[in-house]
Design a protein around this ligand. Sequence first.
Ligand SMILES: [Zn+2]
Length: 257
Amino acid sequence: MTRILEKNFLVTNDPNRDGCLDKSSMPSFSFMENGVKFEVYRKSRKTLGIFIAHRKVEVRVPRYTSKKEVNNFVLGHRVWIAKRLRDEKKRDSERLRFRNGGVIFLRARELRIEFRESRLSKVKIDGNQFIVYGHALNKAKAEEIVKGYLIEKAKAYMVLRTMNIAKHLGLDEKITNIKFRKTKTKWGHCTSKGVLQFNWLIMLAPLGVIDYMISHEVCHLRYMNHSPKFWAMVESICPKSKEYALWLKENEHRLWF
Ligand SMILES: [Zn+2]
């Protein structure tokens, strides 16, 4: 499985960590610092953790942690927090928004989105322009048209590519189905029954990254884990897999819509 990574959290050794802000309860107390809101939640947990999302910092601490301990913990991580808040702001500004004149990050190139009135719905790339044709276009309509375009591209490119890579590894007979779905937290998925599932948003990424993702899932047909043998197999067909995985981690927020 290739996961969408969330780097805006820091936890002190918590095996049950997750990157989501807590919406289940009210904070025990909160405070402002340098224009940033800190919310502190006392929980039945053993460790202190900091989670950052939506320009808010959430601190999760064991039930009987004093305010002073919370303060010291926050103070000890203020450089990390400031950097994460800066990163989040930058990522927010780079996020893909469909509007006339907006920017789409396609194959690591910034293209200008242009809406053009047309009875036919389609997408055309012309130089530095990503042209969306459609009737009375708005954000939602443009998204639908681009979605159809990317699914079509994914089916045309990825099915054959997946079969070729699988054939090369002698794993093609294990494949029972190849599906395309936009999931919230995954780029790709492989089941023990031989179903490969890909997030069609990956079609916005460079071809090397797409190949890495395909290779990753195909190798799960042989190894249902992330063991050294699994990675050796991935690297045998995609030697730059580390580089591509890193690219995906750093740029996935620009592909999402
Ligand atoms: Zn995996």
